[in-house]
Design a protein around this ligand. Structure first.
Ligand SMILES: [Zn+2]
Length: 54
């Protein structure tokens, strides 16, 4: 059986999802962080689009 892989939200390396932290960069592996990163990206995209109007 293959282990499930997860993708680091920080460095985008794939690693087994039973790691608590990314073995490449040390980013903590959890969904709340991923959601907050997505939320942050949405907000920063919103502001970068919005900035073009000024
Ligand atoms: Zn990483």
């Amino acid at each position: 059986m293959r282990k499930k892989l997860t993708t680091c939200a920080n460095c985008e390396q794939k690693f087994a999802e039973d790691f608590q932290f990314c073995p490449y960069c040390g980013q903590k592996s959890n969904e709340d962080l991923t959601l907050s990163v997505l939320f942050y990206n949405t907000i920063s995209n919103y502001f970068s689009v919005d900035a073009r109007f000024f």
